[in-house]
Design a protein around this ligand. Structure first.
Ligand code: PTJ
Length: 264
């Protein structure tokens, strides 16, 4: 598909095509397109842009990754496909590891997603995100990012079946977990384990958004790309008293403002 560079919805159309192609290649859950469509609808309402409240949440989430003892970025099917490269960059800059962890687990999907993320790691390693980072330094930073998920040997307490599976060296032991597009039950179970849970979800009303420690109401690739830019400057403030409720109210106000503008 060719999309002109100046098409106003270019990014959205490219993401949609990526999801369609990945679905055809067997990387995604059956319901991945439905989840993506729901995300697109909310993205339309926030104007397909990173709002000020989302930026504040990104900064907070980033600081928590920087201050964590053992941070892990968990990637499911949709987020691997849409933001896998950005997530590897972010992991390299914040000393995080990655776990490929999917809700609708099959061996085939895990194999394909792990191969895909490894391919993305091999690509990312060749290009530092800033000319200030020497290529050798960047290679070491990317090399140090471990990719977990191949041998899930632990279970998230309170969940049953394949959705409980995780890696003992990955999500299970992490103090801070960033989980884009997480399911509500799993978000709750991770919080119950005492973890700080950082989510990216375009729906400010989802259970995940409401249960998380920090919710970034933004599109996953846009959000992580922005966090990579922020991460190049290191942590920006000490950990603050974070009120996640306020950030969700701000996101809803942004949507209400957009609706009011339409009504004028
Ligand atoms: O790969 P798996 O097996 O882990 O499955 C992944 C999906 C996404 C299919 C699964 O987790 C699922 O069914 O998710 P839900 O319950 O539909 O929730 C997805 C949430 O992510 C919704 O609240 C959407 O608004 C939001 N969302 C969808 N696409 C994006 C998004 N948020 C940010 N960026 C997106 N691109």
């Amino acid at each position: 598909m060719t999309i002109p560079d100046d098409h106003p919805r270019r990014d959205s159309l490219l993401s949609r095509q990526r999801i369609v192609d990945a679905q055809a290649a067997g990387l995604l859950a059956d319901s991945a397109l439905i989840a993506h469509g729901r995300g697109e609808a909310f993205d339309y309402l926030i104007g397909e842009r990173t709002t000020d409240s989302a930026k504040a949440a990104q900064r907070e989430a980033l600081n928590r990754l920087f201050h964590a003892k053992s941070p892990v970025i968990s990637l499911n099917g949709n987020s691997t496909v849409l933001a896998g490269e950005e997530a590897i960059c972010l992991a390299a800059l914040t000393n995080s590891n990655i776990e490929v962890n999917i809700f609708y687990r099959t061996d085939d999907r895990m194999r394909l997603l792990l191969a895909d993320i490894q391919k993305k790691k091999n690509k990312v390693i060749e290009t530092p995100p800033s000319p200030k980072i020497a290529i050798e330094t960047w290679r070491e930073m990317v090399e140090s990012v471990r990719i977990y998920g191949e041998n899930p040997d632990a279970e998230i307490p309170g969940l049953h079946g394949p959705r409980a599976s995780c890696s003992s060296l990955g999500i299970f032991q992490a103090d801070v977990v960033m989980v884009p597009l997480e399911d509500g039950d799993r978000c709750e179970a991770l919080v119950a384990m005492g973890k700080q849970v950082l989510v990216i979800d375009l729906n400010p009303l989802s259970r995940t958004s409401m249960r998380a420690s920090v919710t970034i109401v933004d599109e996953v690739s846009r959000a992580i790309r922005q966090m990579v830019r922020m991460a190049l400057h290191g942590p920006s403030h000490d950990l603050s008293d974070w009120n996640n409720r306020t950030i969700l109210e701000d996101a809803l106000s942004e949507i209400a403002t957009a609706v009011k503008q339409l009504q004028r």
